[in-house]
Design a protein around this ligand. Structure first.
Ligand code: FAD
Length: 462
């Protein structure tokens, strides 16, 4: 017999029914459940650098994902209440109105989210909270390190974790939820409540559609349907198109898909279709994602600081005019500008693009790396605290320079550049990589051409 618990399932970055321990446990332990998602209005406010902390593509992608969750919950009898201001407002209201005894939610790891959880616990001393770790491929209790001993190099983490840990099995979707009576599902709020204009909203076109359905469809497509996974190892460094890489990151960021679901699908693919370097590499990338999560937990808020967790002091130049050019895709360096324009329009950028834009930002423009990380946070539909800030940190402090002129040639980015920079549409394959040598109407002069690029420029001209 179930105890007379009345549960609230608080969805956050776990916007899915499959493999969701909070959902499964609440359904098992409670006689009635209420489902809730809360937007945090403050994340759409302005950053001191002059852009929104989270911009419209993120809002749109979230809207699609939460709306899909609402429909999927309905199909098993659940009603999703959507809070519009903050969990700190909506959840206490729901707890008191519906006599909620227990709250079930995914466990958080970063300070902004943890502070909300702590404040909520203080507001609701009578309510029992249950948290479940669900973000990573390996459960944080199953890795062979305590968080304070997470290694400083990914290799040291990966090899040991890979040898000694196993992902847990995915959980089934509950067949039926028993909802708290008289609770009505509510609509996703309008963009206007967050200060976006109709024009901005209309123009926002996230790179992929949000939601668990779209995520599972993408997983099926990338594996069994198209078998694109087989060539991932060799295509993953490109920049243009849907299939050179998995595009799982936006879904992982909001938890529309669980990493263990991906793992099990890849295992099945290896058994039935092909096991090769590509299938290994995709899982390797998920392990990277785990590593950054655990490492960010080890260093806490130091990962957001200009000096980083190593407390390194650099003389950043941080010229605001250069920063604005970089943000707008107007540096005059086509490989950088094409990627930044793609990011601004779609909320997505390839890994190759991110590496180049970040490296150019810190090593050539010499701007405080936290400004770049904040801008990516605003724009990326796959924004993930640890993946974003730890990758930026790595570009700033731990990794060698990436030459954007050389890379544009190496990765044959001509068509990609012509696609995103209309001013260079008519440029030939040589001109489009080094347009400052030829002049193209309307395309900006480069901020600076560095002598260290000479070799790459001469190679293109050959
Ligand atoms: P695939 O190549 O198909 O990889 C599969 C999955 O592995 C990805 O979905 C992602 O979850 C994970 N993964 C791959 N590379 C990395 C990596 N370097 N670090 C962590 N996880 C990785 N990724 C985010 O998910 N959110 C971010 O906010 C983010 N910011 C970044 C900022 C910078 C400066 C850099 C260099 C990288 C950043 N990345 C971030 C990592 C990476 O660029 C994206 O995960 C990847 O491009 C997403 O495309 P995909 O899903 O097709 O990746």
């Amino acid at each position: 017999m179930k105890a007379k618990k009345r549960g609230l399932i608080w969805f956050k970055n776990d916007l899915r029914l499959h493999d969701n321990e909070a959902l499964v446990t609440a359904q098992q332990e409670c006689s009635e459940v209420l489902c809730c998602y809360c937007l945090e209005k403050s994340i759409f406010e302005n950053h001191e650098l002059g852009f929104r902390k989270a911009d419209l593509n993120r809002f749109r992608f979230l809207e699609q994902s939460v709306t899909n969750l609402k429909a999927n919950l309905k199909s098993i009898g659940g009603q999703l209440v959507i809070g519009t201001q903050s969990a700190l407002v909506t959840i206490p209201e729901l707890v008191h109105k519906f006599q909620i005894t227990d709250i079930y939610a995914e466990e958080e790891y970063a300070s902004y989210e943890l502070n909300i959880v702590r404040e909520l616990q203080q507001k609701l001393p009578e309510t029992e909270f249950h948290f479940f770790w669900g973000k990573t491929l390996y459960h944080k209790d199953d890795i062979p390190f305590t968080i304070d001993k997470i290694p400083l190099t990914s290799k040291a983490y990966r090899i040991t974790a890979g040898r000694e840990s196993e992902p847990r099995k995915t959980m089934d979707i509950p067949k039926k939820l028993n909802p708290v009576k008289k609770v009505k599902a509510t609509k996703f709020p309008t963009y206007k409540d967050y200060g976006f204009t109709p024009k901005e909203y209309k123009n926002a076109k996230p790179f992929v559609k949000g939601g668990e359905d779209a995520a599972l469809e993408r997983l099926e497509y990338y594996t069994f349907k198209s078998e694109e996974l087989t060539r991932y190892r060799w295509s993953r460094n490109q920049s243009e198109g849907m299939d050179y890489s998995s595009k799982f990151s936006p879904y992982l960021a909001l938890g529309c898909i669980s990493p263990r679901e991906i793992f099990e699908k890849v295992q099945a693919y290896e058994q039935e279709i092909k096991k090769n370097q590509s299938t290994w590499w995709l899982i390797f990338e998920l392990v990277w994602r785990d590593y950054f999560t655990f490492k960010s937990m080890r260093f806490g808020d130091q990962i957001f600081k200009t000096k980083g967790y190593k407390n390194r002091h650099y003389q950043w130049e941080s010229d605001p005019a250069k920063f604005r050019k970089w943000c707008g895709g107007k540096t005059g360096i086509p490989f950088i500008d094409a990627h930044m324009r793609q990011l601004n329009q779609t909320g997505f950028m390839s890994n190759r693009g991110r590496v180049n834009c970040a490296s150019y930002f810190v090593h050539d423009l010499k701007i405080d790396w936290t400004w770049g990380a904040a801008y990516f946070e605003s724009k990326l539909i796959d924004y993930d605290v640890s993946s974003n800030w730890m990758n930026w940190h790595m570009q700033a402090f731990e990794i060698w320079y990436t030459n954007p002129v050389n890379q544009s040639n190496k990765y044959k980015a001509q068509d990609f550049i012509r696609h995103w920079i209309p001013e260079l549409k008519s440029a030939n394959n040589m001109e489009v990589l080094i347009p400052w040598e030829y002049r193209f109407k309307g395309y900006p002069e480069p901020i600076e051409i560095y002598p260290k690029w000479n070799r790459a420029i001469n190679l293109i001209k050959k």
